[in-house]
Write a protein that binds this ligand. Sequence first.
Ligand code: HEM
Length: 284
Amino acid sequence: MSKSISDLYENLKKENGIHTNFSQDMTYSEYLHLDTVLSSQHRLSGHHDEMLFIIIHQVSELWMKLILHELNAAIESISEGKLSNAFKMLARVSRIQTQIIQAWDVLSTLTPAEYLEFRDKLGKASGFQSYQYRLIEFALGYKSKHILKIYNNKPVIYQALHEAYHAPSIYDVSIQALSKAGFPINKSLINRDFSVVYSGDPSVKEAWEKVYTNVEKYWDLYELAEKLVDIEDCLQQWRFRHMKTVERIIGFKVGTGGSSGVNYLKEVLDHRFFPELWDLRTKL
Ligand code: HEM
């Protein structure tokens, strides 16, 4: 006679000492606040495929939260000269990025017809307004002021964006690290206005070239540079997969956020975060 699930469970309990009485203890779902997390998927259209659309965004935002947690700690470690601590965090960022790049494979199962069933329910909402995505861009050095305006009426988010907008990016602290290591970095870069997008400097270019041509001598800085390139590479892959997935689903329609859609997403692909680290590859 086949055993019922509860019989099997009772056996497991006996054999493995599994806990079932939680009257005094915290449970798994309490620790993770699963009640909140799992009750936050509200389909506005009631359409079956809207669940995928909501969850893919929520999962991406959760991973972005961890990316920010790691990136900000890495910025602090680099500015304190603790490069190996930063390497561990930056390696984790790249691994997370591969997860959110792969997430596009799941979303590409959404067909144009399915998306059109609920697209109008989104109104003007768009990933363009993702403040965590902007905080990541700010931490990497791409500062666009108009983003702050979106959050004029949300003081906590506005404050976080405002602080990150004026704070040194991971590339700024890396340039400071080059200077601390004795490279003759242009002094005006060390305490520059960090809200201005960095566009390159000959002293930084020369310093990185020295690092890459004397790898053993400057191993730490070389490793730092390669970790940064990993992150930018992954971010570009994410942008590209986003752009292609969007083209596959909505073609060249304008975005819900009001941009030209795919053409806008193609334009942002051109932005580089760490220009010298890419340029030197041609020079070497
Ligand atoms: C059916 C799926 C999707 C479509 C059709 C779509 C479409 C678009 C479009 C057209 C834009 C340009 C801004 C606008 O006018 O709205 C945009 C921006 C953006 N989307 Fe998506 N998107 C999709 C899925 C996602 C997902 C899953 C994420 C993950 C969080 C995401 C995050 C973003 C971000 C961060 C931007 C800003 C990009 C930038 O300004 O560089 N999108 N999206």
